[in-house]
Design a protein around this ligand. Structure first.
Ligand SMILES: Cc1ncc(COP(=O)(O)O)c(C=O)c1O
Length: 492
C-alpha cells in the first residue's frame, strides 16, 4: 500500500477499486455486484466497511440498490449525470497503472489504432470477409466434436498438437512435394506464435535478422519486442527477396543470425519467387550456416495453376528451414491456428512452445483436421481463391482509375493485398501517414506503408486489403481515397 492509500479511508479505497473494476470490465447496466458479505470476505474488510463502500458508490449514481436483491450497476446515462466522484475513482484506478509500462514505438501505436477502432470501410486488415470462410460448416463441426469427444474440452491438453491435425498438415504438404514429419510439427496459436518461436529458437536479443523489405509489420514489431535487429533486404513485387543483395550482405560480413522470408504470396507485395530462386536461397544460407524462417501462411492462396512449393521443399534433408504456416488467412481467421515445422531446431521450438503457451486448444484443431481430411478444404480454397483473384482485379482497376496519375500498384501472384506507391506531387513526397489520418476521419481505413519498413521507408506507399467483396460502396471509398491521395504531401 503506498502513502496515498494510507491517507484514504478503507471504505473509499474499496469503493474506488470496485468502480475501477466496473469501468475496466465495461460491466453492463443491471449487472449484479457481489453481496456485502462476499465483498467483505473477498477484500478482507468488515461488513460495515463493505456496505459503506457500496453506499458511497450508490450516492454517486454508479450503482443502485434494489430491495431484497442487492446492488446493481446503474445505467450509464445516470452514472455520468450524477457521478460527481468519478474523477476520484478514476484517479484511484490510474494509480494502479502508475508504474511506467515500456513505451511502444509509434509504428506499433498506429497499427493498434487501426486494428482496434471500428471503421466503415475496412481496407486495412489482410483478411477475407467472413462470408468467404466456411463458418457454418465449422459451427456444426465444433458442436458435434465437443459433444462426441468430451475430452477435447474437458481434459488437459498435452503434446505439441492434435495428432490428426499434424498428420493432415504433413499430408497437405506432400501434395506440393514438401516433406514434413508430423513429429517435427508444433501447432501454435496463430502463425504469429510460430514466427515468435522460430525467432527465439535461432536468435537472441541483440542479434541481426535479415528481413524482406517491405515486410509484414508484425514481424518488425516482434523483432523489436525480442530486442533483435532487423536488416532489410530488398524484395521485388514479382520475384521476392533479392538473393544477390542478401549474398552481398553476407559477403560483406553483416553478422546475420537468421533470415525471414514470406516467400509465397508475400505480404505486402504478393510476390512468388521461382523454384530456381528458392533453391539458390537455400544453398546460399546453407553455405553460410544461417537458418531460414519461412512464413508460408499465404502459400495456399497463390493464384497459379499449381500451389507453389515452399522454400523448405528445397531443403528437406538439411532441416535448415523453420517453416511456419497457419489457417488464419485461408480457412478460419477466428480460430487462431498456426503451426511450425522446426527442422533441426525442432526440440528447441518444442521447449519454447511449452514455456510460452504450453499447448494450443484442441477442439478447433480437431475441426480443422476433419475438414482437411474430408476434402472440404480443397473445395473451399478453390472458391476463396477465385473470389480473391476477381476482387483483387476489381480493386486494382479502381486504384489505377481513381488514384493520381503515376501511382504504381502491384499485380500480385497471390495473397490478399495490393501494394501501391504514390507519385510525387509538385515535386513533393506524398505521405500515406497523413493520408491515413484524413481517410480515417471519413471512415476509410488502409495500412500506411511506413509500418512495413524502418526509418520512414515506404511512407509514399500503402497496402489495401482485397478480401472484401467488390461493391459500389467499396468503389466509392477507393475513389475518395484516390482524391485524398492526390493532396497528401509531407507537411513542411
Ligand atoms: C505474413 C503473415 N504472417 C502471419 C500473419 C498472422 O498470422 P496469424 O493470424 O495466424 O497469427 C499474417 C497476418 O496478416 C501475415 O501477413
Amino acid at each position: 500500500m503506498d502513502s496515498a492509500e494510507h491517507d484514504t479511508p478503507l471504505y473509499l479505497q474499496l469503493a474506488q477499486r470496485l468502480w475501477a473494476g466496473i469501468e475496466q470490465a465495461a460491466m453492463a447496466a443491471g449487472t449484479r455486484l457481489p453481496s456485502v458479505r462476499t465483498l467483505a470476505a473477498q477484500h478482507g474488510v468488515s461488513m460495515s466497511t463493505a456496505l459503506q463502500a457500496l453506499r458511497w458508490l450508490e450516492t454517486r449514481g454508479h450503482i443502485e440498490a434494489r430491495p431484497r436483491s442487492g446492488y446493481f450497476v446503474a445505467p450509464r446515462a445516470r452514472r455520468s449525470k450524477r457521478a460527481s466522484g468519478v474523477g476520484e475513482a478514476k484517479a484511484g484506478s490510474a494509480g494502479r497503472w502508475s508504474k511506467p509500462v515500456p513505451e511502444i514505438d509509434a509504428q506499433a501505436r498506429d497499427h493498434l489504432a487501426i486494428a482496434g477502432a471500428p471503421t466503415a470501410v475496412r481496407l486495412d486488415l489482410a483478411s477475407a470477409e467472413t462470408s468467404l470462410y466456411p463458418v457454418e460448416r465449422f459451427s456444426v463441426l465444433l458442436r458435434r466434436l465437443a459433444y462426441q469427444h468430451r475430452d477435447l474440452v474437458g481434459s488437459h491438453v498435452r503434446g505439441t498438437g492434435y495428432p490428426a491435425l499434424r498428420a493432415q498438415i504433413a499430408r497437405q504438404a506432400m501434395r506440393y512435394a514438401c516433406e514434413l514429419d508430423p513429429e517435427e510439427l508444433v501447432v501454435t496459436n496463430g502463425c504469429v506464435e510460430a514466427l515468435n518461436l522460430a525467432l527465439r529458437a535461432v536468435a537472441r536479443p541483440g542479434d541481426v535478422v535479415a528481413v524482406e523489405s517491405p515486410t509484414y509489420f508484425a514481424l518488425l514489431q516482434m523483432l523489436r519486442a525480442l530486442e533483435m535487429r532487423a536488416y532489410p533486404i530488398p524484395c521485388k513485387p514479382r520475384t521476392g527477396i533479392d538473393v544477390d543483395a542478401l549474398r552481398q550482405a553476407l559477403d560483406d560480413g553483416v553478422p546475420i543470425k537468421a533470415v525471414v522470408t514470406v516467400a509465397n504470396g508475400n505480404n505486402p507485395l504478393g510476390s512468388v519467387p521461382s523454384d530456381a530462386a528458392k533453391r539458390s536461397l537455400v544453398e546460399l544460407l546453407r553455405e553460410h550456416d544461417v537458418p531460414l524462417i519461412e512464413d508460408d501462411i499465404f502459400g495456399d492462396l497463390c493464384f497459379g495453376e499449381t500451389r507453389p512449393r515452399p522454400v523448405r521443399a528445397f531443403d528437406d534433408a538439411h532441416g535448415n528451414v523453420l517453416l511456419c504456416g497457419g489457417f488464419s488467412k485461408s480457412l478460419c481467421p477466428g480460430l487462431r491456428l498456426g503451426w511450425i515445422a522446426g527442422g533441426r531446431f525442432t526440440e528447441r521450438v518444442k521447449a519454447l512452445k511449452y514455456t510460452t503457451s504450453m499447448a494450443t486448444a484442441e477442439l478447433q484443431q480437431a475441426a480443422v483436421a476433419e475438414l482437411l481430411a474430408t476434402g472440404g478444404y480443397a473445395l473451399h480454397l478453390r472458391r476463396l481463391k477465385a473470389a480473391l483473384k476477381s476482387q483483387q482485379h476489381a480493386l486494382r482497376e479502381a486504384v489505377l482509375r481513381y488514384f493520381p496519375e503515376g501511382t504504381e500498384v502491384t499485380d500480385p501472384l497471390g495473397g490478399l493485398v495490393l501494394w501501391a506507391k504514390l507519385p510525387e506531387i509538385d515535386g513533393r513526397m506524398p505521405s500515406t501517414r497523413v493520408l491515413f489520418e484524413q481517410a480515417r476521419a471519413e471512415g476509410i481505413s488502409f495500412t500506411p506503408g511506413h509500418l512495413f519498413g524502418e526509418n520512414g521507408a515506404f511512407d509514399d506507399c500503402l497496402r489495401l486489403n482485397a478480401g472484401n467483396r467488390w461493391t459500389s460502396e467499396l468503389e466509392a471509398a477507393v475513389r475518395r481515397l484516390g482524391e485524398l491521395a492526390g493532396r497528401t504531401v509531407v507537411p513542411i
